[in-house]
Design a protein around this ligand. Structure first.
Ligand code: ADP
Ligand code: ZN
Length: 524
């Protein structure tokens, strides 16, 4: 690539108004934009709808040269380019939908310096001819959208994303990088920075808390009846019902229709015209409820979605959180209902059986986290935020577990045992093994490490594995224990945990839900 000349002294606020028509920056947008313009590496972790796109679009306008934007979805790419063109910005894209001559035209425009933003699909990026072309261009910086796709530990791994660093290195001159994502657990964050070699990056992370969203989980039982009742309670309001298969989408859309709900299906198997028409009907309020696979909602900006239902148990908390995040974008209340059954988890696990081993193992872990979330009687928000690496001190008061709290029990002695077990096994094991040691059971690890001779061995045998898992997870949530970010699944003790061992105090915890029993009680 050609070296970028001196930095401009730009009137950012003027540009914001002039090009995008906005009077104000939102949150930390301005700080991020300054950081990019100064040529630093930047890492942005903000929830969907926070306004991440502007963080690279505006710098691209004021810097000389072309910004390369790597984005995984062709449909989203086109949306963004259309939007920018409507603002009078010269943005173009390079992907497999273009013909040879269209591609050449785009390349020519980039090399001549007219194009401010060039969107590229990761698979186009790795082609020799693209690399050759990029070497002739003046590149202001590289933006990597949906950066979590780099990580195998995430929910949306794209192997081509792992080649981005070497392609940037091959550009000849140093170009700054801005990576952006709306979902990243601490492990994935670390992976992104490592893989992109941007340990030096300035990190901008805002809270993921969506205070206006209400979270609820219900066992899958008479689910159709429950859904109809629920949707009727929200009569006339806009809502999304997510299902895992196209067939289920069709079936549920039909079910709602015959029950006088203005509902339409949306999935990738529909004729593109029908799909577009259904999406438009939803956006234009000619239909209230869209029943969809997860293909729906990416890049769709409907502010007044009042409820999001997961008819089937989702595959990961990342996905679930992004989908629920489409509710209440206008800041008013949004209701998020998920139907849960362990059968769904088992079914999803079976779908994974043809995947490569690491992917399969990871999908399984993500599913397990989902099941843990659903089973837990702890404040939902606390769990969700903890999953994304945020500590939320109090219970939120605005989720099903807060509204209908389960009885709590005094857990001082048990927490003490659990923490001691982590210390005595030298902070090198996961939940399963610590539970096994507490219960005084045998397995090959116990034997090979001689853990049966530890003082703690069998001290917790009055409780079962489920109890100890739940208690250990709640100890994580309460900050007594921490996940070891280097060694996946390994649990370590925190300073707070060590203090607790020194000075144990009263602590009230809850037992997990037993949905089968809850359903039975309801029927009686
Ligand atoms: P993200 O990529 O974080 O999901 P987007 O970049 O799509 O979010 O922005 C979400 C919405 O917020 C868009 O409609 C965008 O036009 C709008 N937006 C972004 N920045 C501002 C701003 N400073 N003022 C007003 N609206 C903004
Ligand atoms: Zn809560």
């Amino acid at each position: 690539a050609v070296k970028v000349p001196v930095k401009p002294q730009a009137d950012l606020k003027g540009k914001l108004k002039e090009v995008f028509g906005y009077g104000q920056f939102r949150g930390v947008q301005e700080d991020i934009i300054h950081n990019v313009i100064e040529g630093n590496n930047t890492f942005v972790i903000m929830p969907t709808g926070a306004g991440k796109s502007l963080c690279y679009q505006l710098p691209a306008l004021v810097l000389p040269g072309t910004a390369i934007v790597i984005s995984p979805l062709i449909a989203l790419m086109k949306n963004q380019v259309d939007q920018l063109n409507a603002f009078g910005v010269n943005a173009q894209f390079l992907n497999s939908t273009l013909s040879k001559s269209e591609m050449n035209k785009v390349k020519k425009d980039v090399i001549s310096g007219e194009v401010k933003l060039l969107y590229v699909a990761p698979e186009s990026l790795t082609k020799d001819e693209t690399i050759e072309f990029l070497n002739k261009a003046t590149i202001s910086f590289v933006a990597i959208d949906e950066a979590h796709c780099i990580s195998e530990w995430g929910h949306d791994f794209r192997p081509e994303y792992r080649k981005i660093r070497s392609i940037i290195d091959g550009l000849g001159v140093q170009v700054p990088v801005i990576a952006l994502t709306a979902t990243a657990t601490p492990k994935v964050q670390q992976d992104i920075q490592k893989n992109l070699q941007m340990d030096d990056a300035s990190v901008f992370k805002t809270s993921f808390n969506r205070t206006n969203l209400y979270y609820e989980v219900r066992p899958k039982h008479n689910t159709k009846k429950q859904l109809i009742h629920y949707v009727k309670q929200h009569k006339g309001q806009a809502g999304i019902v997510y299902c895992l298969s196209r067939k289920k989408v069709e079936e549920i859309a039909e079910l709602l229709k015959v029950n006088d709900v203005r509902a339409l299906p949306y999935h990738a198997g529909l004729d593109p015209h029908v799909r577009m028409a259904n999406q438009d009907a939803f956006l234009n309020e000619d239909c209230d409820v869209i029943v969809a696979t997860i293909a729906f909602g990416m890049g769709i900006d409907k502010p007044d979605v009042r409820f999001v239902v997961h008819y089937d148990t989702p595959k990961s908390i990342e996905g679930y959180y992004q989908e629920t995040g489409r509710g209440g974008r206008d800041g008013m209340e949004g209701d998020c209902l998920m139907f849960y059954s362990y059968d769904d988890i088992v079914k999803l696990e079976k779908f994974n059986k043809d995947k490569p081993v690491t992917e399969r193992d990871n999908s399984k872990l993500l599913l397990q986290e989902m099941a843990n979330y659903a089973d837990s009687a702890v404040c939902r928000r606390k769990q969700l935020l903890h999953y994304f690496g945020e500590h939320f001190e109090k219970d939120c008061g605005f989720c099903d577990n807060c509204k209908h709290p389960k009885e709590r029990f005094e857990a001082k002695e048990e927490v003490l045992l659990a923490l001691k077990a982590v210390v005595q096994t030298e902070e090198r094991f996961g939940l399963d093994h610590i539970g096994t040691v507490l219960m005084g059971m045998r397995n090959p690890h116990v034997d090979s490490y001689g853990h049966d001779s530890l003082p703690i061995y069998g001290e917790g045998k009055q409780h079962d594995a489920q109890f100890w898992h739940s208690l250990l997870r709640q100890s994580l949530l309460n900050g007594f224990l921490e996940k070891d970010i280097e060694n996946f699944g390994v649990i370590k003790i925190s300073q707070k945990g060590l203090d607790f061992i020194e000075n144990p105090h009263s602590i009230k915890l809850t037992k997990d839900h037993n949905y089968e029993e809850e359903v039975k009680e309801e029927q009686e």
